[in-house]
Design a protein around this ligand. Structure first.
Ligand code: CUA
Length: 384
């Protein structure tokens, strides 16, 4: 029976039809609502709607206030691969919406048109078995639909993943850590954290950024919704992707793969500069760290505690790679991968006990005295 049901739907033998008809249960006389089901109660429905409205308009802004200023909108792509993905997703959405309307419309029509009416007891609708036209239609239409979806998607995947870097592409290595992003520019000798600076692509001169994605610990996922799709960041594996932003600005992204306690505080900013501003940023980052005589005391404390085991300050004996590079710490906008703004006050709280800001992060409370704390913070504030 299963074999004959494919591909043209169910075909019943005469015996099966007889069994089927004998097994028909006559309608009981219980009351049902016109649509065959009962809404639990009007009060329940109103309560649910009120709850949804309240959570949307009252609670959502509370969370929104914590989020970095820029809204990330997957429907407003501003980079070549994101635009390609956006186009194919609109096509998929349109086709699925069409299917939904047809199926939902027919279903709603059937439910209303053929609902139970008084006097229906004992009557059966005409039983129809086997219709070649119908079965052919509902086999061929889905096959064609799936084929169109497959071709459009395969083409986009090929365009995005098969793109080769042009000779002057910017190469950046992104390393996911629990719970921050290390950003390395091997050709420029720059290392930073949680903020990726890239040049904007102009129609006269395209300059895409090609990313190599690596992980230092567990699986993460790199996602800046307006610039490109998600790409997994996996230990012992090198994944690649690229972005080509078409407008200067700040694009907010985040880790999109649950990676432990502070997964939600693994934010990322991509700062897109005009070509001239990008050159300026590059030149500033390539400068050695400032040596301010006023901050020497703090510097000495920094170099005599275990800070240097985890952090690098270029050109000094601090060469740790476990935590973020601090050479130009104060050029960055946030601390703790987007957890708090990078202000003097927050920096002091962070150095005294990072766990109060980002519980579970790998930087311990160093048990510094107030004097040591003040000196270290004074020194860090000079690292512009
Ligand atoms: Cu890294 Cu989630």
């Amino acid at each position: 029976m299963i074999l004959t049901a494919l591909p043209f739907g169910l075909r019943h033998s005469k015996d099966e039809r007889r069994v089927f008809q004998q097994n028909q249960v006559p309608h009981s006389n219980s009351r049902i609502s016109p649509f065959g089901f009962r809404i639990l109660s009007a009060r329940w429905a109103l309560g649910t709607i009120a709850f949804l409205i309240a959570t949307t308009f009252l609670v959502a802004p509370v969370f929104a206030a914590e989020v970095p200023t820029n809204v990330t909108n997957i429907f407003k792509p501003l980079s070549t691969p994101a635009q390609a993905i956006h186009e194919v997703s609109l096509l998929v959405l349109a086709i699925c919406a069409g299917i939904f309307l047809v199926v939902g419309g027919l279903l709603a029509y059937t439910v209303v048109r053929f609902r139970w009416r008084p006097g229906d007891e004992g009557h059966e609708p005409p039983q129809i078995y086997g219709s070649n036209q119908l079965e052919f239609a509902w086999t061929v239409i889905p096959i064609v639909t799936v084929f169109v979806l497959f071709l459009a998607t395969a083409r986009t995947i090929y365009d995005v993943q098969g793109a080769l870097p042009p000779a002057d592409a910017l190469n950046v290595t992104v390393i996911g850590h629990q719970w921050w992003w290390e950003i390395r520019y091997p050709e420029l000798g720059i290392v930073t954290a949680n903020e990726m600076h890239v040049p904007v692509g102009e129609s006269s001169k395209r300059r895409p950024t090609f990313l190599k994605l690596e992980s230092a610990d567990v699986a993460h996922s790199f996602w800046v919704p307006q610039l490109a799709g998600k790409t997994d960041v996996i230990p012992n594996r090198e994944n690649r992707m690229w972005i080509e932003p078409i407008e200067p600005g700040i694009y907010v992204g985040n880790c999109a793969e649950y990676c432990g306690m502070q997964h939600a505080h693994m934010l990322l900013r991509v700062i897109v500069h005009s070509p001239g501003d990008f050159e300026k940023w590059t030149a500033a980052q390539q400068q050695p760290p400032v040596d301010d005589p006023q901050a020497r005391a703090g510097r000495d404390v920094f170099f005599t505690t275990s800070c240097i085991n985890c952090h690098t300050i270029k050109g000094t004996k601090a060469m740790g790679t476990f935590g973020p590079d601090l050479t130009h710490l104060m050029s960055r906008e946030t601390l703790g991968a987007g957890t708090v703004p990078n202000t003097a006050e927050k920096l002091r709280t962070w150095v005294r006990d990072p766990q109060t800001i980002k519980e579970g992060c790998n930087m311990p409370n160093m048990q510094l005295t107030d004097d040591e704390l003040n000196q270290i913070v004074a020194y860090l504030l000079t690292l512009k």
